[in-house]
Design a protein around this ligand. Sequence first.
Ligand SMILES: Cc1cc2nc3c(=O)[nH]c(=O)nc-3n(C[C@H](O)[C@H](O)[C@H](O)COP(=O)(O)OP(=O)(O)OC[C@H]3O[C@@H](n4cnc5c(N)ncnc54)[C@H](O)[C@@H]3O)c2cc1C
Length: 418
Amino acid sequence: MRPEKKERMLILGAGAAGLSAADAIRSVNPDSPVTIVSGEKGLPYARMALPYYISGKIPVKGIFTGMRRDFSGRKIEYIPGDPAVGLDTHRQKVLLRSGLALEYGKLLVATGSVPEYPDMLAGLDAPGICNLWTLKDALQIKRRIEHGGAIAVWGAGFVAFMAAKALAMHGRKVYLICRANRILRRVLDEGAAGLMEHALSEKGVVCLKDTNVEHIGVLKGGKKHIVLDGGRELAVDVLIVALGTRPNTGFLHETPLAGKKGLEVDEYLGTRIPGIYAAGDLALVRDCVTGERIAHALWSAAVREGRGAGLNMAGDRHQCDLSLLMNVIDLGGYGAVSVGHPLLANNTEVYQFADKAGKAYRRLVFQDRRLIGAIIVGRCTDTGFFPALIRGVPELTQARKQKILRFPWNIAPALLGL
Ligand SMILES: Cc1cc2nc3c(=O)[nH]c(=O)nc-3n(C[C@H](O)[C@H](O)[C@H](O)COP(=O)(O)OP(=O)(O)OC[C@H]3O[C@@H](n4cnc5c(N)ncnc54)[C@H](O)[C@@H]3O)c2cc1C
């Protein structure tokens, strides 16, 4: 039965943050009324599993998260396919698209982010043009590429990279249309991006850089005809648009929480309105390097923040650590890791190392006697030490720093005092 009282803990979003929050609430309080609302129909699933599904590595059932069997058994009410469209913070009510109004005692906003779409370009609504963001997108891509064909991915950020990699590993011809002069430009420098582009090309991905889509048409038989700004033309079966994301906060626009960049939270994941929490892709959390509040759009951050928010909603005061950015990019055993802020340019000391074989690369960035960021490509065995060092554990003494710079391919001995 639906709880009507204001004791309800209401979670908006059944993604990484929302489900982690529900788990945390249940770990403290087995009986409090918990309701999860999802904007999408069906059972909750993991977005980050979608590339593995379209590549054929896992079956569709592998993307659904474990909670699916547990909702009723764990006394959690689950309302799928009915997105929140409004919030009344005075009356403590959330309005859903169906007209249902849900009262809450504590509210978690964990509605993630939404893909950016280019405006003013005709032809984007043709069949076979989609994002790789939802299960619906993934099912469409999978269906269309079942019998071969070429794919273009428009964008060169993390999701674009994951899509290109998945489809290339599936034996498809893939074009990556990159507006900048390198792929993954927010997390990799030119040296690292160059190695990853080379590795992608060995898997069959053609990286088209410094270019953009100018025109999209549909050919006889359904192929997409793409004209790039340099005049090059492509004919593909599927065009995946992956041009970045923005926080999914549209339904909050008439509330005091509204903010284009996301929802600011304190170390307890609370927003500026008592009783309302935020976690996941839309939460602006304090960064451990810069101290600024930014969105760390990562699965691990969403799970950690969701857990923190859930514990606090259940009354178990839990302070979250400062957040650390870390992107792991794997290409079938060859990979890159970007941790902290390796591209920050203010008062930094930058060291770059490349091996003779042209396979491994490192960029270490120091500021005020701290390591603030690193990019590691190729040789990644000591990667696990970097997050701790950036957090200042152990302290970066002058002796340690010198040792790291003398033996940059394995920082473990410098940290462990070997
Ligand atoms: C293809 C792909 C690959 C990825 N790979 C990785 C990876 O390898 N590593 C990594 O760290 N991260 C990866 N990510 C990012 C990761 O998936 C996200 O950072 C993570 O899912 C964020 O969790 P979240 O709970 O904030 O949002 P989401 O998981 O996106 O969940 C948001 C939830 O809110 C619901 N919702 C939306 N609007 C409303 C509304 N109005 N009312 C109610 N509910 C609503 C949605 O239906 C969904 O259930 C990937 C993302 C994609 C798309």
